[in-house]
Design a protein around this ligand. Sequence first.
Ligand SMILES: Nc1ncnc2c1ncn2[C@@H]1O[C@H](COP(=O)(O)OP(=O)(O)OP(=O)(O)O)[C@@H](O)[C@H]1O
Length: 306
Amino acid sequence: MDTLLAVRARGITKRFGDVVALDGVDLAVTQGRIHGLVGPNGAGKTTLLGLLLGLAVADGGSLEILRTPIGRALAAPDGVAGFVDGPGLYPSLTARQNLAALAALRGRAAGVEEALDQVGLTDVADDRAGGFSLGMRQRLGLAAALLTRPRLLVLDEPSNGLDPAGKRHVHGVLRQLAADGTAVVLSSHRMDDLEALCSEVTVLATGRVVFSGPLDELAAENGALDYRLLTSDPAAARRVAAGTAGVRVADDSGERLVVRAPVPALDALMVRLVQAGVAVRELAPVVSPLEAAFLALTDQQHAEAR
Ligand SMILES: Nc1ncnc2c1ncn2[C@@H]1O[C@H](COP(=O)(O)OP(=O)(O)OP(=O)(O)O)[C@@H](O)[C@H]1O
């Protein structure tokens, strides 16, 4: 099983002076999977991604990337590409020239046109990168990473600045890479991106892993959620909700009630509403199950740290 791991980190610690950025972090990323890294600001995501890219070394713990143990030297391990804090580009060169320069540095000229095409920048390939929007720079950075045909791609908030079409395009590229066997590790603050892309997720809070596993397990971790409920008879619905075990009316100030309930109690409420002749017109979680689980995990960690 371990032979399928692109990243295996155990007990990683990293300090900056008095700040403990990573505190005993374990991470396992399987080849051919897209692994999301989430957490509040300052949780340690960029620090961890930087270690995977060889931009810094850990103070403690062990790290294996593509089955090679990482020592103390600052170097990008073979087969790894990506960027943190935005891609490094030459602003005075065009997109095509940027990629050609990188390809030449690596001693191979092929692949530039393919990489431009993959990220949808062919039409602006002869524009200077210095004039590019954030989203276009992100795409060019991704193209630069693709040039190396990585087996591990590491990206810090790759959806930043992308418009919806750009995002769809980039997501498609990442999915195809994963289908071809590349492991992708990316950080994001957007739960919808993670839901669209990732099969596995690691949640960091103040330098510690508070969850790591399949995305659907994270969503299932949460117990009671808040749901907005619109019915044909709000007053009757309020009475039925108040009389249903496990259901709490969290807000009844408007036409829509907000009820807090775990799924079995919610099921019971729906049945009881129908039996009472109340039609359900709309039922939706106030925040997505994934976001609720994320908030619960990270809030809990903050509370413990206080
Ligand atoms: N070069 C540095 N020097 C000093 N402190 C640093 C350095 N890099 C990171 N830190 C600190 O380490 C902690 C983790 O930072 P990091 O940038 O990894 O978090 P993050 O999860 O990526 O946050 P964000 O979501 O805001 O990007 C923070 O407290 C940060 O201030």
